[in-house]
Design a binder for this molecule. Structure first.
Ligand code: NAD
Ligand code: MN
Length: 351
């Protein structure tokens, strides 16, 4: 029997609530499906940061490397600046483990209402460059607090980094029925890194003659997402652009509370990380109403990555049956709790 070591990092806020629900669902599924999941919990979060001065303890990343996958909640707290929490916990894992491909599917699940009239046409995967670009961390501040103060935030685009994300996006597009890839750019205004981004896209395209391609500026693609959703399939964009576009995609497909994401290391040299797109959601923390669907969908992506395709499919079917039944948390206009959704999914798995 296959056994997988999973590192669960719930983090902060509703991350704790949705990861607990996700672990429960995954355990029910593994019992039924004939594989084992060994979870180890890591209490790396903002409370411990405030006590100890660090998110990831000495040797923590080394330990994480021994796992088959990382199941992550969210990080962010009201009493810690967001750039400290993000760079303290999530980015060291993404960057340290070279999880360069961030994959974010968006689809309107059965029974869920899109704010768009033609929202049923949404069936996208946003591929986000996840290792460099605008979030490379390259920059600095001098003359702090003085009128002369200067801060720079320098985007970094490398040939190797750009080529591998485009190749990944082409391969993904090729595997989907519509075989369509839209490259998002801003090379009209940003004339160095973005131009390299475009050039390499067309170089890689030569290896994928069966994939239909087009190019869209990042501002224009937002209108296309809203007005002509059916014209998009796979979208490849930089770290910052795809960060923004995927939140839009999540909202257009019903709620941030259903949107999943995978931070993949496609070479599998280091473990990949699976997380809901949303953050720690201070406004609903502790109320028991966080939508766990994003985390469950994320769990299905993790199972797929581990090679348990049948279990992933079973979990997706259970998710769709529950959304279709009208059992919804408040973000989707219902009044169900995290607990009720979790129990409904587990009941379907055990049926
Ligand atoms: P957020 O995703 O936490 O919340 C935005 C809105 O969506 C809130 O109204 C929230 O209640 C709602 N929402 C989010 N997830 C939901 C769910 N599962 N069910 C129901 N409603 C849900 O984003 P924010 O408010 O911009 O950020 C809050 C904190 O989270 C900040 O500290 C931020 O840095 C952090 N954050 C972390 C991550 C991450 O860890 N990957 C991602 C985004 C934000
Ligand atoms: Mn984001």
């Amino acid at each position: 029997m296959s056994a997988y070591k999973i590192a669960a990092v719930p983090g902060d806020g509703i991350g704790v609530e949705v990861i607990a629900a996700g672990v429960e669902v995954l355990q029910a599924l593994s019992k039924k499906s004939g594989f084992e999941l060994d979870f180890k919990h890591f209490d790396w979060n903002s409370d411990n940061y405030l006590k100890n001065g660090y998110y990831i303890p000495e040797g923590g990343l080394e330990e994480l490397k021994t796992f088959d996958a990382i199941f992550f909640g969210a990080v962010g707290a009201l009493n810690v600046p967001d750039h400290i929490s993000l760079w303290g916990l999530r980015l060291p894992i993404c960057q340290g483990f070279d999880q360069y491909a961030n994959v974010r599917p968006a689809r309107v699940l059965p029974g869920v209402k899109s704010p768009l009239l033609n929202g049923d046409q949404i069936d996208w995967v946003v591929v986000r460059e996840n290792s460099e670009g605008e979030y490379s961390g390259n920059g600095g501040r001098v003359h702090r607090g003085l009128p002369e103060e200067v801060a720079t935030e320098v985007s970094v685009f490398t040939r190797a980094g750009v080529e591998r994300i485009h190749r990944f996006a082409f391969e993904l597009a090729q595997s989907r029925p519509r075989k369509h890839l839209t490259m998002v750019t801003k090379s009209n205004a940003q004339r160095h890194g973005m131009v390299l981004w475009d050039e390499i896209f067309y170089e890689v395209a030569k290896d994928f003659p069966d994939v239909k391609i087009d190019k869209e500026l990042v501002d224009a693609v937002t209108t296309r997402m809203v007005l002509k959703p059916s014209t998009l399939d796979v979208i490849v964009a930089t770290n910052l652009h795809a960060d923004i576009l995927s939140d839009l995609a999540a909202a257009l497909s019903g709620s941030l509370g259903i949107a999943p994401t995978a931070n993949l290391n496609p070479s599998r040299k280091f473990p990949s990380m699976f997380e809901p797109i949303h953050g720690s959601a201070f406004d609903i923390t502790g109320k028991g109403v966080a939508n766990p669907i994003a985390t469950f969908w994320t769990a299905a992506m993790m199972l797929e990555h581990l090679g348990e395709a049948a279990a992933a499919k079973q979990l997706m079917s259970a998710i769709e049956a529950v959304t279709e039944s009208g059992l919804h948390t408040p973000d989707l206009g219902g009044n169900a709790t995290t607990r009720q959704i979790t129990e409904a999914i587990i009941a379907l798995i055990n049926r």
